[in-house]
Design a binder for this molecule. Structure first.
Ligand code: FNR
Length: 182
């Protein structure tokens, strides 16, 4: 049976390249993984004052969605050499209430996708910093910096072979990582 894996996309843009890459992962993932893109755009900024007896329904929905998965893939752009706020907010929401984090021990992969040449390196590593604290064993190799992404898709939305091969290498390596930790 395939393992259910959450995919969090760090861009809310309708035509997001990160979303396109997440969808390519869904198409090319090995049968051992079933990838589910989980909505993060509707999570109010984390605030302990609203996270009381009846938290916002979106917090509950999000926590349950992550809890039901056996791993998490982050596909994120870089904003101003850092992590987009929506991804950090999702991490914060999932980490609470204290002692009930939904992230602990879930195998992770970080894929940064950018129109720039550096491939979102800073966002990638900033995200990894939080994953250490959240106790998510994270795939180390291959490192997944996907730069110049606009050139990777043609006018019909098809991805070029070279980029698809790289994405296949990432997702196959992640599948092995999940297997190893299970
Ligand atoms: C960017 N972009 C960007 N790119 C990059 O490589 N390093 C950066 O620091 C930034 N900073 C940045 C800040 C803000 C506020 C925006 C909106 C954009 C460009 C970014 O890589 C590009 O817009 C991507 O296409 C965003 O990903 P999606 O939305 O296509 O998935």
């Amino acid at each position: 049976m395939s393992k259910k894996i959450a995919v969090l996309v760090g861009s809310l843009r309708k035509d997001s390249y990160n979303l396109k890459v997440a969808k390519v992962f869904q198409q090319i993932a090995p049968e051992s993984l079933s990838l589910n893109i989980i909505e993060i755009g509707d999570l109010p900024f984390y605030n302990e004052d609203i996270d009381v007896d009846t938290p916002p329904p979106s917090y509950t929905r999000f926590r349950q969605a992550i809890a039901s998965c056996e791993g998490v893939i982050f596909v994120t752009p870089e904003y101003n050499r850092g992590l987009p706020a929506v991804i950090k907010n999702a991490l914060d929401v999932g980490s609470r209430p204290y002692g009930k984090s939904v992230w602990s021990k879930k195998p992770a992969a970080v894929v940064s996708v950018s129109q720039g040449a550096i491939g979102g390196f800073s966002a990638n590593h900033q995200l990894r910093q939080s994953l250490v604290f959240l106790d998510m064993p994270t795939l180390q190799q291959p490192e997944a910096y996907v730069g110049n992404i606009a050139a990777a898709f043609d006018e019909h939305g098809n991805i070029n072979e070279k980029t698809q091969s790289f994405l296949a290498l990432i997702i196959d390596s992640y599948a092995k990582w999940v297997e190893k930790l299970s």
